[in-house]
Write a protein that binds this ligand. Structure first.
Ligand code: TRP
Length: 447
Protein backbone atom coordinates (compact mmCIF):
# COMPACT_ATOMS: atom_id res chain seq x y z
CA UNK A 1 0.00 0.00 0.00
CA UNK A 2 1.28 3.46 -0.86
CA UNK A 3 2.25 5.69 2.05
CA UNK A 4 -0.53 8.04 3.05
CA UNK A 5 -0.36 11.40 1.34
CA UNK A 6 0.89 14.26 3.49
CA UNK A 7 0.62 18.00 3.48
CA UNK A 8 3.48 19.84 1.78
CA UNK A 9 4.39 21.33 5.12
CA UNK A 10 3.23 23.41 8.02
CA UNK A 11 2.10 26.29 5.83
CA UNK A 12 0.07 24.09 3.49
CA UNK A 13 -1.57 22.29 6.40
CA UNK A 14 -2.38 25.41 8.39
CA UNK A 15 -3.74 27.23 5.35
CA UNK A 16 -5.90 24.27 4.33
CA UNK A 17 -7.26 24.03 7.87
CA UNK A 18 -7.90 27.74 8.07
CA UNK A 19 -9.54 27.44 4.64
CA UNK A 20 -11.84 24.72 5.99
CA UNK A 21 -12.58 26.72 9.13
CA UNK A 22 -13.21 30.09 7.50
CA UNK A 23 -16.39 30.07 5.51
CA UNK A 24 -20.06 30.90 5.76
CA UNK A 25 -19.77 30.12 9.45
CA UNK A 26 -17.72 33.27 9.94
CA UNK A 27 -19.25 35.54 7.33
CA UNK A 28 -22.90 34.50 7.44
CA UNK A 29 -23.64 32.39 10.51
CA UNK A 30 -21.70 34.28 13.16
CA UNK A 31 -23.12 37.79 12.48
CA UNK A 32 -26.62 36.36 12.02
CA UNK A 33 -26.53 34.43 15.27
CA UNK A 34 -24.97 37.35 17.16
CA UNK A 35 -27.81 39.58 15.95
CA UNK A 36 -30.46 37.04 16.93
CA UNK A 37 -28.92 36.26 20.32
CA UNK A 38 -28.50 39.78 21.61
CA UNK A 39 -24.94 40.79 20.77
CA UNK A 40 -22.17 41.26 23.35
CA UNK A 41 -22.94 38.46 25.78
CA UNK A 42 -23.13 35.92 22.96
CA UNK A 43 -19.91 37.26 21.45
CA UNK A 44 -18.05 37.00 24.74
CA UNK A 45 -19.35 33.47 25.37
CA UNK A 46 -18.20 32.57 21.87
CA UNK A 47 -14.66 33.83 22.54
CA UNK A 48 -14.50 32.07 25.92
CA UNK A 49 -15.70 28.78 24.43
CA UNK A 50 -13.23 29.09 21.53
CA UNK A 51 -10.41 29.10 24.07
CA UNK A 52 -11.88 26.58 26.50
CA UNK A 53 -13.25 24.04 24.02
CA UNK A 54 -12.20 25.03 20.50
CA UNK A 55 -8.42 24.98 20.99
CA UNK A 56 -8.19 21.75 23.07
CA UNK A 57 -10.79 20.14 20.82
CA UNK A 58 -8.88 20.87 17.62
CA UNK A 59 -5.74 19.50 19.28
CA UNK A 60 -7.56 16.29 20.24
CA UNK A 61 -8.98 15.70 16.75
CA UNK A 62 -5.67 16.41 15.00
CA UNK A 63 -3.81 14.08 17.38
CA UNK A 64 -6.38 11.32 16.84
CA UNK A 65 -6.06 11.66 13.07
CA UNK A 66 -2.27 11.77 13.05
CA UNK A 67 -1.84 8.82 15.39
CA UNK A 68 -4.17 6.53 13.41
CA UNK A 69 -3.56 7.95 9.92
CA UNK A 70 -7.22 7.37 9.20
CA UNK A 71 -10.44 9.20 8.53
CA UNK A 72 -13.00 9.31 11.38
CA UNK A 73 -14.67 5.90 11.27
CA UNK A 74 -11.34 4.08 10.89
CA UNK A 75 -9.63 6.27 13.49
CA UNK A 76 -12.02 5.27 16.28
CA UNK A 77 -11.99 1.64 15.17
CA UNK A 78 -8.17 1.54 15.02
CA UNK A 79 -7.66 2.62 18.64
CA UNK A 80 -10.47 0.48 20.07
CA UNK A 81 -11.15 -2.37 17.66
CA UNK A 82 -14.15 -4.60 18.18
CA UNK A 83 -16.17 -1.95 19.99
CA UNK A 84 -18.95 0.37 18.90
CA UNK A 85 -16.79 3.52 19.06
CA UNK A 86 -16.68 3.69 15.25
CA UNK A 87 -20.29 4.86 15.51
CA UNK A 88 -18.96 8.27 16.62
CA UNK A 89 -17.15 8.49 13.29
CA UNK A 90 -20.31 7.44 11.49
CA UNK A 91 -22.30 10.13 13.31
CA UNK A 92 -19.70 12.57 12.00
CA UNK A 93 -20.16 11.41 8.41
CA UNK A 94 -23.91 11.85 8.76
CA UNK A 95 -23.55 15.30 10.35
CA UNK A 96 -21.12 16.43 7.66
CA UNK A 97 -23.54 15.43 4.92
CA UNK A 98 -26.41 17.19 6.73
CA UNK A 99 -24.39 20.40 7.12
CA UNK A 100 -23.29 20.37 3.51
CA UNK A 101 -26.88 19.91 2.34
CA UNK A 102 -27.95 23.37 3.52
CA UNK A 103 -24.48 24.99 3.44
CA UNK A 104 -24.62 24.55 -0.31
CA UNK A 105 -28.01 26.27 -0.45
CA UNK A 106 -26.65 29.37 1.25
CA UNK A 107 -23.50 29.28 -0.87
CA UNK A 108 -25.88 29.15 -3.83
CA UNK A 109 -27.48 32.43 -2.70
CA UNK A 110 -23.99 33.93 -2.59
CA UNK A 111 -23.34 32.69 -6.13
CA UNK A 112 -26.56 34.32 -7.31
CA UNK A 113 -25.44 37.58 -5.67
CA UNK A 114 -22.03 37.33 -7.34
CA UNK A 115 -23.64 36.99 -10.74
CA UNK A 116 -26.00 39.91 -10.03
CA UNK A 117 -23.03 42.00 -8.94
CA UNK A 118 -21.16 41.08 -12.12
CA UNK A 119 -24.12 42.13 -14.27
CA UNK A 120 -24.44 45.36 -12.33
CA UNK A 121 -27.99 44.65 -11.15
CA UNK A 122 -27.19 44.07 -7.48
CA UNK A 123 -26.93 47.71 -6.45
CA UNK A 124 -29.16 49.19 -9.15
CA UNK A 125 -32.26 49.53 -6.96
CA UNK A 126 -32.50 51.68 -3.85
CA UNK A 127 -31.21 50.65 -0.42
CA UNK A 128 -34.80 50.15 0.65
CA UNK A 129 -35.31 47.44 -1.96
CA UNK A 130 -32.48 45.20 -0.79
CA UNK A 131 -34.45 43.18 1.74
CA UNK A 132 -37.24 42.59 -0.75
CA UNK A 133 -34.75 41.58 -3.45
CA UNK A 134 -33.19 39.03 -1.11
CA UNK A 135 -36.60 37.62 -0.19
CA UNK A 136 -37.51 37.40 -3.85
CA UNK A 137 -34.36 35.36 -4.51
CA UNK A 138 -34.73 32.84 -1.69
CA UNK A 139 -38.47 32.39 -2.11
CA UNK A 140 -38.26 32.00 -5.88
CA UNK A 141 -39.80 28.67 -6.95
CA UNK A 142 -36.65 27.23 -8.55
CA UNK A 143 -33.71 29.63 -8.53
CA UNK A 144 -32.33 28.64 -5.10
CA UNK A 145 -32.54 25.02 -6.19
CA UNK A 146 -30.56 25.61 -9.37
CA UNK A 147 -27.85 27.55 -7.52
CA UNK A 148 -27.67 24.83 -4.88
CA UNK A 149 -27.08 22.23 -7.61
CA UNK A 150 -24.47 24.45 -9.28
CA UNK A 151 -22.56 24.87 -6.03
CA UNK A 152 -22.71 21.12 -5.24
CA UNK A 153 -21.42 20.35 -8.73
CA UNK A 154 -18.46 22.70 -8.32
CA UNK A 155 -17.69 21.19 -4.91
CA UNK A 156 -17.80 17.68 -6.38
CA UNK A 157 -15.58 18.67 -9.31
CA UNK A 158 -12.92 20.06 -6.97
CA UNK A 159 -13.02 17.00 -4.72
CA UNK A 160 -12.70 14.69 -7.75
CA UNK A 161 -9.87 16.71 -9.24
CA UNK A 162 -7.79 16.63 -6.10
CA UNK A 163 -7.55 19.37 -3.59
CA UNK A 164 -3.91 20.31 -3.52
CA UNK A 165 -3.21 22.14 -6.73
CA UNK A 166 -6.54 23.72 -7.35
CA UNK A 167 -8.23 24.80 -4.19
CA UNK A 168 -5.20 24.99 -1.94
CA UNK A 169 -3.32 27.26 -4.30
CA UNK A 170 -6.34 29.40 -5.00
CA UNK A 171 -7.17 29.82 -1.31
CA UNK A 172 -3.57 30.74 -0.50
CA UNK A 173 -3.91 33.56 -3.00
CA UNK A 174 -7.46 34.65 -2.27
CA UNK A 175 -7.85 34.36 1.50
CA UNK A 176 -5.51 37.32 2.14
CA UNK A 177 -7.54 39.37 -0.34
CA UNK A 178 -10.75 38.44 1.48
CA UNK A 179 -9.18 39.59 4.73
CA UNK A 180 -8.15 42.93 3.23
CA UNK A 181 -11.60 43.45 1.74
CA UNK A 182 -13.26 42.63 5.04
CA UNK A 183 -10.99 45.16 6.74
CA UNK A 184 -11.89 47.78 4.16
CA UNK A 185 -15.61 47.13 4.61
CA UNK A 186 -15.27 47.21 8.40
CA UNK A 187 -13.51 50.57 8.25
CA UNK A 188 -16.19 51.96 5.94
CA UNK A 189 -19.01 50.65 8.15
CA UNK A 190 -17.49 51.84 11.39
CA UNK A 191 -17.14 55.38 10.02
CA UNK A 192 -20.79 55.55 8.97
CA UNK A 193 -22.95 57.78 11.15
CA UNK A 194 -24.74 55.69 13.77
CA UNK A 195 -22.32 52.76 13.54
CA UNK A 196 -20.78 53.36 16.97
CA UNK A 197 -23.93 52.32 18.73
CA UNK A 198 -23.89 49.05 16.82
CA UNK A 199 -20.29 48.37 17.74
CA UNK A 200 -21.12 48.88 21.40
CA UNK A 201 -24.12 46.56 21.05
CA UNK A 202 -21.90 43.95 19.41
CA UNK A 203 -19.14 44.11 22.00
CA UNK A 204 -20.71 45.08 25.32
CA UNK A 205 -22.17 42.08 27.16
CA UNK A 206 -25.69 42.48 28.48
CA UNK A 207 -25.74 39.70 31.04
CA UNK A 208 -29.45 40.07 31.60
CA UNK A 209 -30.02 38.79 28.07
CA UNK A 210 -27.89 35.67 28.55
CA UNK A 211 -29.86 32.43 28.60
CA UNK A 212 -28.72 28.81 28.36
CA UNK A 213 -30.06 28.83 24.85
CA UNK A 214 -27.64 31.67 24.01
CA UNK A 215 -24.72 29.75 25.52
CA UNK A 216 -25.74 26.70 23.48
CA UNK A 217 -25.80 28.88 20.35
CA UNK A 218 -22.28 30.08 21.18
CA UNK A 219 -21.11 26.49 21.70
CA UNK A 220 -22.68 25.39 18.41
CA UNK A 221 -21.01 28.33 16.69
CA UNK A 222 -17.58 27.32 18.05
CA UNK A 223 -18.03 23.77 16.73
CA UNK A 224 -19.39 24.90 13.39
CA UNK A 225 -16.79 27.55 12.80
CA UNK A 226 -13.75 25.53 13.87
CA UNK A 227 -15.05 22.54 11.84
CA UNK A 228 -15.09 20.48 15.03
CA UNK A 229 -17.24 17.58 16.15
CA UNK A 230 -17.65 15.58 12.96
CA UNK A 231 -14.18 14.35 12.16
CA UNK A 232 -13.02 16.94 9.59
CA UNK A 233 -10.02 17.76 11.76
CA UNK A 234 -9.36 14.05 12.33
CA UNK A 235 -9.21 13.64 8.56
CA UNK A 236 -6.92 16.65 8.14
CA UNK A 237 -4.70 15.39 10.98
CA UNK A 238 -4.36 12.05 9.23
CA UNK A 239 -2.32 13.77 6.49
CA UNK A 240 -0.06 15.47 9.04
CA UNK A 241 3.61 14.72 9.57
CA UNK A 242 4.96 13.86 13.04
CA UNK A 243 7.28 16.85 12.76
CA UNK A 244 4.44 19.37 12.90
CA UNK A 245 3.58 21.22 16.09
CA UNK A 246 -0.10 20.46 16.72
CA UNK A 247 -0.67 22.69 19.77
CA UNK A 248 0.73 25.71 17.99
CA UNK A 249 -1.23 24.95 14.82
CA UNK A 250 -4.46 24.60 16.82
CA UNK A 251 -3.97 28.03 18.36
CA UNK A 252 -3.30 29.52 14.91
CA UNK A 253 -6.33 27.84 13.33
CA UNK A 254 -8.84 28.74 16.04
CA UNK A 255 -7.34 32.21 16.46
CA UNK A 256 -7.56 33.02 12.74
CA UNK A 257 -11.06 31.60 12.60
CA UNK A 258 -12.36 33.59 15.57
CA UNK A 259 -10.54 36.72 14.41
CA UNK A 260 -12.22 36.63 11.01
CA UNK A 261 -15.61 35.97 12.60
CA UNK A 262 -15.22 38.98 14.90
CA UNK A 263 -14.10 41.13 11.99
CA UNK A 264 -17.15 40.03 9.97
CA UNK A 265 -19.36 40.91 12.92
CA UNK A 266 -17.81 44.36 13.14
CA UNK A 267 -18.30 44.84 9.41
CA UNK A 268 -21.96 43.83 9.44
CA UNK A 269 -23.71 44.50 12.78
CA UNK A 270 -22.85 48.21 13.05
CA UNK A 271 -23.98 48.52 9.42
CA UNK A 272 -27.39 47.33 10.55
CA UNK A 273 -27.60 50.21 13.00
CA UNK A 274 -26.24 52.75 10.52
CA UNK A 275 -28.73 51.72 7.83
CA UNK A 276 -31.56 51.66 10.37
CA UNK A 277 -32.50 48.06 9.68
CA UNK A 278 -34.37 45.94 12.22
CA UNK A 279 -32.20 43.82 14.49
CA UNK A 280 -33.82 40.47 13.72
CA UNK A 281 -32.98 40.43 10.01
CA UNK A 282 -32.45 36.66 10.10
CA UNK A 283 -30.46 34.73 7.53
CA UNK A 284 -30.53 37.69 5.15
CA UNK A 285 -28.20 39.82 7.24
CA UNK A 286 -25.13 39.35 5.06
CA UNK A 287 -27.22 39.78 1.91
CA UNK A 288 -29.07 42.91 2.92
CA UNK A 289 -26.68 44.92 5.07
CA UNK A 290 -23.53 44.58 3.00
CA UNK A 291 -24.99 45.61 -0.37
CA UNK A 292 -26.44 48.62 1.44
CA UNK A 293 -22.96 49.45 2.71
CA UNK A 294 -21.38 48.93 -0.71
CA UNK A 295 -23.84 51.47 -2.08
CA UNK A 296 -22.20 54.01 0.17
CA UNK A 297 -18.64 53.23 -0.89
CA UNK A 298 -16.73 54.67 -3.83
CA UNK A 299 -16.47 51.96 -6.50
CA UNK A 300 -18.99 50.03 -4.41
CA UNK A 301 -20.20 47.91 -7.32
CA UNK A 302 -16.69 46.68 -7.95
CA UNK A 303 -16.06 45.90 -4.28
CA UNK A 304 -19.41 44.14 -4.02
CA UNK A 305 -18.49 41.84 -6.89
CA UNK A 306 -15.06 41.14 -5.41
CA UNK A 307 -16.52 40.55 -1.96
CA UNK A 308 -19.23 38.08 -2.92
CA UNK A 309 -16.79 36.24 -5.17
CA UNK A 310 -14.48 35.83 -2.17
CA UNK A 311 -17.36 34.55 -0.07
CA UNK A 312 -18.09 31.91 -2.71
CA UNK A 313 -14.45 30.84 -2.57
CA UNK A 314 -14.39 30.81 1.23
CA UNK A 315 -17.51 28.64 1.16
CA UNK A 316 -15.93 26.33 -1.39
CA UNK A 317 -12.77 25.74 0.66
CA UNK A 318 -15.10 24.73 3.51
CA UNK A 319 -17.60 22.67 1.54
CA UNK A 320 -14.86 20.51 0.05
CA UNK A 321 -13.75 19.59 3.58
CA UNK A 322 -17.32 18.58 4.37
CA UNK A 323 -17.68 16.44 1.26
CA UNK A 324 -14.17 15.01 1.68
CA UNK A 325 -15.12 13.34 4.98
CA UNK A 326 -18.02 11.46 3.40
CA UNK A 327 -15.97 10.57 0.33
CA UNK A 328 -13.01 9.22 2.28
CA UNK A 329 -15.44 7.17 4.38
CA UNK A 330 -17.08 5.65 1.30
CA UNK A 331 -13.71 4.99 -0.36
CA UNK A 332 -12.22 3.37 2.76
CA UNK A 333 -15.26 1.32 3.72
CA UNK A 334 -16.85 0.28 0.47
CA UNK A 335 -13.70 0.23 -1.61
CA UNK A 336 -15.19 2.11 -4.57
CA UNK A 337 -13.09 4.53 -6.59
CA UNK A 338 -12.78 8.12 -5.59
CA UNK A 339 -14.60 9.45 -8.64
CA UNK A 340 -17.67 7.24 -8.24
CA UNK A 341 -17.70 7.78 -4.50
CA UNK A 342 -17.63 11.56 -4.92
CA UNK A 343 -20.41 11.56 -7.51
CA UNK A 344 -22.59 9.30 -5.37
CA UNK A 345 -22.01 11.31 -2.20
CA UNK A 346 -22.63 14.60 -4.01
CA UNK A 347 -25.92 13.32 -5.43
CA UNK A 348 -27.15 12.16 -2.02
CA UNK A 349 -26.20 15.47 -0.41
CA UNK A 350 -27.73 17.47 -3.28
CA UNK A 351 -31.01 15.61 -2.83
CA UNK A 352 -30.91 16.06 0.93
CA UNK A 353 -30.53 19.81 0.35
CA UNK A 354 -33.69 20.15 -1.76
CA UNK A 355 -35.99 20.88 1.23
CA UNK A 356 -33.55 23.57 2.44
CA UNK A 357 -33.44 25.08 -1.05
CA UNK A 358 -37.23 25.35 -0.99
CA UNK A 359 -37.41 26.44 2.66
CA UNK A 360 -38.41 30.02 1.88
CA UNK A 361 -40.38 29.07 -1.23
CA UNK A 362 -42.63 26.04 -1.66
CA UNK A 363 -41.95 24.85 1.89
CA UNK A 364 -42.27 28.25 3.57
CA UNK A 365 -45.27 26.98 5.52
CA UNK A 366 -43.33 24.10 7.06
CA UNK A 367 -42.05 25.32 10.41
CA UNK A 368 -41.08 23.67 13.63
CA UNK A 369 -39.99 25.43 16.84
CA UNK A 370 -40.41 28.70 14.90
CA UNK A 371 -37.78 27.63 12.38
CA UNK A 372 -38.08 26.87 8.68
CA UNK A 373 -36.55 23.71 7.23
CA UNK A 374 -33.12 25.24 6.59
CA UNK A 375 -32.82 26.88 10.01
CA UNK A 376 -33.99 23.68 11.65
CA UNK A 377 -31.37 21.58 9.82
CA UNK A 378 -28.74 24.11 10.89
CA UNK A 379 -29.97 24.16 14.47
CA UNK A 380 -29.95 20.37 14.77
CA UNK A 381 -26.57 19.92 13.09
CA UNK A 382 -24.71 22.71 14.87
CA UNK A 383 -26.36 22.75 18.26
CA UNK A 384 -27.04 19.06 18.72
CA UNK A 385 -25.01 16.71 16.49
CA UNK A 386 -21.71 18.63 16.49
CA UNK A 387 -21.54 19.14 20.28
CA UNK A 388 -22.64 15.51 20.76
CA UNK A 389 -19.91 14.31 18.40
CA UNK A 390 -17.43 16.60 20.17
CA UNK A 391 -18.45 15.29 23.59
CA UNK A 392 -18.03 11.66 22.52
CA UNK A 393 -14.70 12.44 20.83
CA UNK A 394 -13.42 14.16 23.98
CA UNK A 395 -14.49 11.21 26.14
CA UNK A 396 -12.86 8.81 23.71
CA UNK A 397 -9.56 10.68 23.61
CA UNK A 398 -9.39 11.28 27.36
CA UNK A 399 -10.62 7.96 28.69
CA UNK A 400 -10.44 5.29 25.99
CA UNK A 401 -7.30 6.22 24.08
CA UNK A 402 -6.08 7.91 27.26
CA UNK A 403 -5.20 11.54 27.91
CA UNK A 404 -1.57 10.63 28.58
CA UNK A 405 -0.84 8.73 25.35
CA UNK A 406 -2.73 11.46 23.52
CA UNK A 407 -0.53 14.10 25.14
CA UNK A 408 2.53 12.12 24.06
CA UNK A 409 1.29 12.29 20.48
CA UNK A 410 0.97 16.06 20.92
CA UNK A 411 4.54 16.22 22.19
CA UNK A 412 5.83 14.95 18.84
CA UNK A 413 6.85 18.00 16.89
CA UNK A 414 6.13 20.22 19.87
CA UNK A 415 9.13 19.96 22.14
CA UNK A 416 7.92 22.78 24.32
CA UNK A 417 4.32 21.73 24.92
CA UNK A 418 4.19 23.69 28.17
CA UNK A 419 0.47 23.30 28.73
CA UNK A 420 0.34 19.49 28.51
CA UNK A 421 -0.92 19.18 32.08
CA UNK A 422 -3.60 21.77 31.47
CA UNK A 423 -4.65 20.02 28.29
CA UNK A 424 -4.99 16.57 29.88
CA UNK A 425 -7.03 18.00 32.74
CA UNK A 426 -9.22 19.91 30.32
CA UNK A 427 -9.80 16.86 28.12
CA UNK A 428 -10.65 14.62 31.05
CA UNK A 429 -12.99 16.92 32.94
CA UNK A 430 -13.58 20.48 31.85
CA UNK A 431 -14.29 19.97 28.15
CA UNK A 432 -16.72 17.03 28.46
CA UNK A 433 -18.45 18.57 31.49
CA UNK A 434 -18.85 21.94 29.81
CA UNK A 435 -20.24 20.45 26.60
CA UNK A 436 -22.61 18.16 28.52
CA UNK A 437 -23.94 20.96 30.74
CA UNK A 438 -24.43 23.46 27.91
CA UNK A 439 -26.01 20.84 25.67
CA UNK A 440 -28.44 19.63 28.32
CA UNK A 441 -29.33 23.03 29.74
CA UNK A 442 -29.58 24.64 26.33
CA UNK A 443 -31.90 21.99 24.94
CA UNK A 444 -34.08 21.63 28.03
CA UNK A 445 -34.09 25.21 29.19
CA UNK A 446 -35.05 26.87 25.95
CA UNK A 447 -35.32 30.59 26.23
N1 TRP B 1 -16.16 25.80 9.36
C1 TRP B 1 -16.81 26.05 8.13
C2 TRP B 1 -17.42 27.44 8.16
O1 TRP B 1 -17.30 28.13 9.13
C3 TRP B 1 -17.87 25.02 7.82
C4 TRP B 1 -17.32 23.65 7.95
C5 TRP B 1 -16.38 23.08 7.15
C6 TRP B 1 -17.62 22.73 8.95
N2 TRP B 1 -16.08 21.83 7.62
C7 TRP B 1 -16.83 21.60 8.72
C8 TRP B 1 -18.48 22.76 10.03
C9 TRP B 1 -16.89 20.51 9.58
C10 TRP B 1 -18.54 21.66 10.87
C11 TRP B 1 -17.75 20.57 10.66
O2 TRP B 1 -18.03 27.87 7.22
Amino acid sequence: MAAREQWTGRLGFVLASVGAAVGLGNLWRFPTTAAAEGGGAFVLMYVVLCLAIGVPGVMAELALGRRTGQSPVGAFAALKPGTAWWVVGALGVFTGALILSYYSVIAGWVMAYTVQAARGTLLSGGAADLAAAFDALISHPWQPLVWHLVFMSVTALVVIGGIRDGIERCSKLLMPILLLLLLAVAVRVLTLPGAREGLVWFLRPDWGALSWRTVLQALGQVFFSASLGMGAMITYGSYLSRREDIPRSAVTIVGADAGIALLAGMAIIPGLFALGLPMESGPGLLFVVLPGVFMQMPAGAFFALLFFLMVVIAALTSSISLLEVTVSFVVDRLGIGRRTATLAAACVVALAGVPSALAAGALAGVRWLAMDVLSLADFLASNLFLPLGGLLTALFVAWVWGARPAAEELHLGAARFATAGLWTAAMRWAVPAAIAVVLAAGLIGGR
